[in-house]
Write a protein that binds this ligand. Structure first.
Ligand code: C5P
Length: 234
């Protein structure tokens, strides 16, 4: 089994990110670089994290016209990232262009194509917020609609809340990779996460990858915390 732990490097500086990556690379599956770290440290942080031996999940949630997103995806492939995100609400053509750019650029560079992951509905949006932007106000229906569109576009994975995993598994092709944040072990505080599952519960529900930030990065001994989580998995 692959190591499903993706550590969210939600820190502002390259030094802090590298310090975490160096101690954690042997015991986790990948590192998530998000908007804060990428904007402050630049693309070089991807190369430096790759140099620790860790895989990189570039979580920039692209959402733009198809050509622009395709070019950004191609740039990410050249940086050698293994996973990246885009907003499925960017539409079918945008997702198709992204997947195609991932495949083509990877084959030109002699690499495996990264997993292009679709984000459906941000968990910060409730039904009122969805209605305000003119979307289907039923969050579950909107998630299902966008997830199906992602499958039609040829995406091979989705980011979803842990509580969506079971429902999505009922209609998605089994090969679809599901990546879920909102993981808490029960021994730490929930922070701002409202609806969480334990790592084991999320895997049992059908997740393939777990995005875990503070339960590892804010632990007194991050490596021991990651090892404990790994040992708890089926
Ligand atoms: O520290 P924590 O484990 O809560 O970090 C979770 C990570 O997953 C953060 O990078 C956060 O932005 C991301 N995320 C999330 N909930 C979502 C989508 C992404 O917590 N619905």
């Amino acid at each position: 089994m692959q190591n499903p732990i993706i550590v969210a490097l939600d820190v502002p500086t390259a030094e802090q990110a590298l310090q975490l990556a160096e101690q954690l690379a042997p015991v986790v599956g990948a590192f998530k670089i998000g908007k804060e770290l990428f904007t402050s440290a630049g693309p070089d942080i991807v190369r430096r994290i790759r140099a620790t031996g860790g895989a990189v999940f570039l979580d920039l949630k692209f959402h733009d016209i198809p050509n622009t997103v395709a070019r950004a995806v191609a740039a990410a492939v050249r940086l050698d990232v293994q996973m990246l995100t885009l907003h499925t609400s960017g539409g079918l053509a945008m997702m198709q262009a992204a997947e195609e750019a991932a495949q083509e650029t990877a084959s030109q560079s002699g690499r495996n194509a990264p997993l292009v992951l679709g984000v459906t509905v941000l968990t910060s949006l409730d039904s009122q917020a969805l209605g305000e932007i003119g979307m289907e106000a039923n969050v579950g229906h909107q998630v299902e609609r966008l997830a199906n569109l992602a499958v039609r576009a040829g995406l091979r994975g989705l980011v979803c809340s842990p509580l969506e995993v079971v429902g999505l598994r009922q209609f998605l092709p089994a090969s679809m990779q599901l990546v879920t944040p909102g993981i808490r072990t029960g021994s730490e505080k929930a922070d701002d996460q409202k609806r969480t599952l334990t790592p084991r519960e999320a895997m049992d529900a059908g997740a393939n990858w777990l995005v875990i930030g503070r339960p590892i990065t804010a632990a007194e001994n991050p490596r021991a915390a990651a090892e404990r989580i790994l040992a708890s998995l089926p």
